[in-house]
Design a protein around this ligand. Sequence first.
Ligand code: GDP
Ligand code: GDP
Length: 488
Amino acid sequence: MKPVVALVGRPNVGKSTLFNRITRARNALVDDFPGVTRDRHYADAVWNDVGFTVVDTGGFLLADDDSFAVEIREHVELAIIEADIIVFVLDGRTGISPFDRDLADRLRRSLKPVFYIVNKIENKRQEHDILEFYHLGIEKFYPVSAEHGLGMASFLDDLVNGFPESEPESDRENSDEICIAVAGRPNVGKSSLINRLFGEKRVVVSEKPGTTRDSIDLVVEHNGTRFRLIDTAGIRRKGKVKEKIEKFSILKSLKSLDNCDVALILIDADDGITDQDITIAGYAHDRGCGALFLLNKWDLLSSEKKDQKEYIKELKIKAKFLSYAPALTISALTGLRTHKILNMVESIYEEFSYRINTGLLNRIIGDAIFRSEPSLHKGKRLRFYYATQVSVRPPTIVCFVNYPEAVHFSYKRYLVNQIREMAELGKTPIRLYFRERTGKIDFSSRAVTKGWYVEKKEKKTVKRKKERKEQSRRKRFRDNKSIDKGKI
Ligand code: GDP
Ligand code: GDP
């Protein structure tokens, strides 16, 4: 699991600016849908090739709440429980407030690693002024300007160096289990569903060896397949956190998506589809796991509201980016259609682990380009050379082209949809990356339908060229010899 870094501090110190600064460098290729607005209080970041998740706790404050102090204290308590590293953001312009002293005090008593940032430092004079921050009793702080990106590199270097040793990843390539995570807003019925699927006698409660704190996995067998429900502790530990900040507490269940094959995204059908449900779905999309929507509490809907098709249509529009996720209407309470869930998970998993034959893949892409050519890039034609699937879970494909940056996201989406349709992979995410290659093999343009034959032909040509070169070398050698002979 990636380390979680929580940003805490008073309002207006610059947490959200810092959050954006740290997470901005995200791989834009992952985001296929730039128009999707998401409630981004947690996002992934990468520094020096180390990945981590950043949480802006300020984003969880209620906008109309003036008495922020109590809430921030709660956030800090929660950050101490949930995060691996805490970043305390201070304002270099306003200086220390009594509230800052309070928080610093609390953080010092926690056993968590804490980084202190003094923000809004944009010149030398200000750097001098911030010496007062040593009064907080801290050993080191980082003067930065989140707005202008100053001082960020040295802070991020130290931050990623300070990450705890990561837990060894289980050998997923060879695992014969399907890992499931359950995600959803508070009270949508996660615990009830877990009891329904994994409850009673079938459950083997197993403490994951080597894991920190209190994560508990449940394992169940169904039709000869083992299903592991990961990190249920976060779901079960509810009640300890106040309603107000439960939004933040879903972080834990979201984190379990990092390690799962298939996410069950629970929605309270009685409440309707809310923005927060879509945010959670967005997180599953970012993670690249398989996903199954479960519209729970179907038993509560009156008969006139019970239009499954309409409901699912609405969901598909709102969570367009997860078009590959099937949906079921269920009731965790009565057991309505819950027996279908594990079968469905299994069929998603099959596609999620699927390897497409390279020849077929290249024919699919060749055909797709033939049918609809990409537009010109600065007057030049985009050439596609070769595609290969580099990994599974999810199927991840790399396509070599002459200008990777020129592939428009809509064209990428078109190619993904073609692969999805032609390889019959309708239920899994597919990752498609473009890499630069300046080769001679081109399966776009006129030769397109024969794509991979062109490649073979090219290989032969190269071979023939080599042979000819070798022959002429031999001939020259013979000629030289004869000249030599002539001399004698
Ligand atoms: P949050 O409430 O802690 O999330 O703070 P915001 O990120 O919303 O920032 C509050 C205000 O401080 C905004 O007007 C920002 O433009 C400003 N701000 C944030 N970082 C900097 C900085 O590095 N320098 C300056 N001068 N202003 C900043
Ligand atoms: P969690 O917070 O997501 O784990 O939600 P819980 O499983 O604790 O469920 C919250 C409340 O919803 C409880 O009172 C459950 O009994 C109720 N609930 C859960 N699933 C269903 C369902 O399918 N139908 C009905 N009517 N109530 C449900």
